[in-house]
Ligand binder design. Structure first.
Ligand code: GLC
Length: 416
């Protein structure tokens, strides 16, 4: 009978909760048709037609160190690459199939190069692994033969690529969940090979549903975090007892996970910064996706946004890393994140007169500083808010234009 070990769980989750921000990378043969990672399914492409992409695949510009540098520069602390997506194509040298990158023109074990590059940049290593496999002869009937194949490949990625920090399974649906995947046997093997790896909840659910940890009766294959997709949970995520639990919103920059040549609807960097703040203010992580093209390049629109996010993170990262819910009401001018006795008010729009700090009393404040510069901000003593004696106000001075047009972060340091 599985016994959930809260101490071991909290220990392995520590870096993850601190990291708050990671890069998702969806890449594979589907970058050639360039119409998203589900193209084979949505367009019902016969296997023999899809094989022409396998014959052609040769990502001449693939340099995973460039990806890892872009992630690091953006302030990301971990990366998760699709080692195998639903199309069954393995970016790693699997001994159980010929449908793999080492058998393409490039002849490279792309996962091996990726994990080395991620570690070289000091980031945590994550691999995504699809539970589905449209290429396998048994699809869509996943009997013992398929499950042996799938378990063998999970063993390969947990054995041949060093320490993994995140294993991101995708996805369970209908009756295909839990023991339909022989999940207990699978996770027992994973935990033996990678005892500290953090696992998502999609052996049990998918982007919808929370899983057994949230339900208060964790199975041996419970997700370590809930994985809402293309949305941010309005109030964070709590378990049945109302306790906050770990979650990570995975979000695309445009509207596709895999490279899509015609999808230029990229979210602006200011919006992505505010979505990261929103996730942290609600006690979660943001896994922000890039979809490299068939040559192995991350699209320019993504590179530009990563650089702009990184500029903001370089100055304000302390209001993200290791931060979480503030435990006070959300101010109407922005959001609040908290780390110990530091309340980080994220000011998106200036107020008329001194800045109200809802939930904070004047006498509780040790000091107020601009995070980006360390400059002191006086506690306001203006008469204009004398009708609100129980609320503290910050005096941001005469300039109505905030120092940071996206998110000016002020650090309200509370007396201990
Ligand atoms: C959805 C997509 C899948 C993608 C996943 C990432 O399930 O269908 O292609 O990998 O989201 O969360």
């Amino acid at each position: 009978m599985y016994k959930f070990d809260r101490e071991a769980y909290d220990r392995r989750m520590e870096w993850y909760r601190d990291a708050r921000f990671g890069m998702f990378i969806h890449w594979g043969l589907y970058a050639i048709p360039a119409r998203g990672e589900w193209v084979r399914s949505t367009e019902q492409i016969p296997k023999e037609d899809y094989m022409k992409y396998f014959e052609e695949f040769n990502p001449v510009d693939f340099e995973p160190r460039k990806w890892a540098k872009a992630a690091k520069e953006a302030g990301m602390k971990y990366m998760v690459l699709t080692a195998k997506h639903h199309d069954g194509f393995c970016l790693f040298d699997s001994q159980y199939t010929d449908f793999k990158s080492t058998n393409t023109k490039c002849g490279r074990d792309l996962v091996a190069e990726y994990v080395d590059a991620v570690r070289a940049e000091g980031l945590k290593v994550g691999l995504y692994f699809s539970l589905l496999d449209w290429f396998h002869d048994d699809f869509p009937h996943y009997g013992d033969r398929y499950l042996t194949y799938m378990h063998n490949q999970v063993r390969e990625i947990c054995t041949n690529y060093g320490k993994l920090d995140v294993l991101w399974f995708d996805f369970s649906y209908d009756t295909l969940r839990g023991e339909a995947w022989k999940a207990t046997e699978l996770i027992n093997m994973v935990r033996k090979l990678q005892p500290d790896v953090i696992i998502d909840n999609r052996l049990e659910v998918s982007g919808e549903g929370y899983g057994s940890l949230a339900a208060g009766n964790p199975t041996s294959y419970h997700g370590d975090f809930v994985s809402p997709e293309q949305m941010i949970p309005p109030n964070g995520i709590q378990d049945v007892n109302g306790n906050d639990i770990a979650w990570e919103s995975c979000v695309t920059m445009n509207n596709h996970w895999g490279y899509c040549a015609n999808d230029h609807f990229f979210k602006p960097a200011p919006m992505l910064i505010k979505k990261l703040v929103e996730c942290v203010s609600k006690g979660g992580n943001l896994l922000l996706n890039v979809g490299p093209d068939a040559r192995g390049n991350i699209p320019e629109e993504s590179i530009e946004r990563l650089a702009e996010i990184g500029k903001w993170m370089k100055k304000n990262g302390e209001s993200i890393y290791g931060c979480g819910k503030a435990g006070i009401e959300k101010p109407d001018f922005g959001r609040v994140t908290r780390h110990g006795n530091h309340l980080y008010f994220h000011v998106y729009e200036n107020t008329v007169g001194p800045l109200p700090l809802p939930g904070v009393k004047k006498e509780e404040i040790q000091a107020i500083r601009y995070v980006a510069t360390g400059a002191e901000i006086p506690v306001s003593t203006s008469w204009v808010h004398s009708d609100y004696p129980t609320m503290a106000f910050a005096d941001l001075g005469e300039d109505p234009v905030l120092p940071d047009g996206v998110d000016t972060v002020i650090d309200v340091i509370l007396k201990k």
